[in-house]
Design a protein around this ligand. Structure first.
Ligand code: EPU
Length: 418
């Protein structure tokens, strides 16, 4: 097990450089197998979710070379075989192999994906999309066999603007005959990043970033060079760290436009913040005001920042309310924040935060990726020493988090225990 130790109340100053987006990279890597030629992706974050996806690609016979943030994938000799449960369960994004293998070989055999336990997270919309394209889905326990003689473009309406289903249907429809019209599609920046990647390889996708995406089927994809977009959730996490403990903390290599919902809430709270073209500079201010947030699909307030943002709300004067509208089980950090001195109650999908409360160091546990980030922020803010156990979750999604925070003044270390 890995744990992080933090001695809180250090001033964070200097510059943090943002890595490539986890949720974009975890789709680009499986998407690369749609091409028969070598694909090069740059700005790939060095996180364990990418290691797990490389393992799946290599298991299928692809040649994967990594050099720093550069990744070269040669899928010309892959074999379409069943992906064992042990590897598909390692992460959520293994589900992108469903769309990619189905799209390319018209057949995929794999298991229900893993990922953070933040809700039930069914994949019914992915499967409905595949069926609409002409595939037959057979379920044997946790295993899915999805196959088709031919995939044909269709009109698909998503009941929920799901990120995973939007990307998976784009992947499956890339080689389908005719045009697929995907309505109520998700609009997150990583959807645009994936569509651009596919188009660079020769796909014909329009409308990504709006709620209607059109995928005109093509016959072949070639190689390309592509960059992963900066991670707006990582950016938001460090911006919140700056609001809690920063003195002119500069978060660079970011796209502030992707974070409008967070930035407007920070301004409402009274956080001193300067927005540049590709950076955000933030300091800890005085007398923060309580605010309410409701998580929503992009461009609404991101669910992935709800947990880190709650740490900031513990430092706001008055009563704040958080409504979590995307996942049913994303308040597992709350008992730990309360253990550190916060005053938070939850009822259904709402959390009420009474502030401001002083936080003090404690021994807590990362129950999922963003809960871990939330607790690291709380530990940076708290007096004394905190220990955050089970931080493997955090290392799945934040590249070099220890080094990045240490470099700007945090007292933080990673320990490996048996
Ligand atoms: N949903 C369904 N059926 C489906 C698909 C989704 O009911 O077939 C529901 C989900 O249960 C959830 C909602 O729709 O309540 C939204 O789910 P979505 O499909 O958008 O999420 P996801 O694909 O499972 C991705 C990210 C998450 C991020 C969400 C929302 C990856 C690998 N994961 O998950 O990232 O929270 O989109 O933006 O891209 C994280 O980074 O911490 C994380 C959990």
């Amino acid at each position: 097990m890995k744990r992080i130790k933090v001695i809180g109340k250090q001033k964070l100053t200097g510059t943090i450089t943002i890595s490539g987006s986890k949720n974009s990279a975890v789709a680009l890597v499986p998407a690369s197998l749609l091409s028969d030629e070598v694909v090069e992706i740059d700005n790939v974050p060095n996180i364990s979710d990418i290691d797990a996806l490389s393992e799946i690609l290599e298991y299928l016979g692809a040649k994967v070379t990594r050099n720093g943030t550069k990744m070269k994938i040669d899928s010309s000799n892959i074999q379409n075989r069943e992906i064992p449960e042990a590897i598909s369960k390692k992460l959520r994004a293994s589900y992108y192999f469903m769309g990619a293998l189905l799209g390319k070989y018209k057949r995929v055999e794999m298991y229900f994906p893993g990922g953070c336990s933040i809700g039930e997270r069914p994949i019914n919309l992915h499967l409905k999309g595949f069926e609409a394209l002409g595939a037959k889905v057979t379920r044997e326990g946790n295993k899915y066999i999805v196959e088709a003689d031919e995939l044909t473009g269709a009109n698909i309406y998503l009941d929920i603007a799901s990120v995973g289903a939007t990307i998976n249907i784009m992947l499956a429809a890339t080689f389908a005959k005719g045009t697929t019209i995907l309505e109520n599609a998700a609009k997150e920046p990583h959807i645009v990043n994936v569509a651009t990647f596919l188009n660079q390889m020769g796909a014909s996708i329009t409308g990504a970033g709006t709620s209607e995406i059109r995928i005109h089927g093509v016959e072949k994809l070639s190689g390309c060079f592509h960059e992963v977009v900066p991670d707006y959730i990582e950016t938001g996490t460090y911006v919140i760290a700056g609001a809690l403990c920063g003195e002119n903390l500069k978060i660079e290599g970011a796209i502030p436009d992707h974070l409008e919902a967070l930035i407007s809430k920070l301004q409402e709270i009274n956080v001193p913040i300067t927005i540049g073209k590709d950076y955000i500079e933030v300091s800890k201010g005085e007398h923060y005001k309580a605010v309410n947030i409701k998580t929503a699909v992009y461009p609404g307030f991101p669910t992935d920042l709800q947990q880190p943002f709650m740490t900031l709300l513990t430092q706001c004067e008055g009563t704040s309310k958080v409504e979590e509208n995307i996942f049913e089980n994303r308040f597992m950090h709350v008992p730990y924040l309360n253990q550190m001195g916060a005053s938070i109650t939850t009822e259904g999908n709402a959390a009420i935060i009474n502030g401001k409360t002083e936080l003090s160091g404690s021994i807590v546990e990362a129950t999922d990726l963003r809960a871990g980030a939330c607790l690291i922020l709380a530990a940076l803010t708290a007096s004394g020493e905190s220990v955050i156990n089970k931080v493997e979750y955090v290392l799945r999604g934040y590249e070099g988090i220890i080094d990045k925070l240490e470099k700007v003044g945090a007292k933080i270390e990673l320990e490996e225990i048996e």
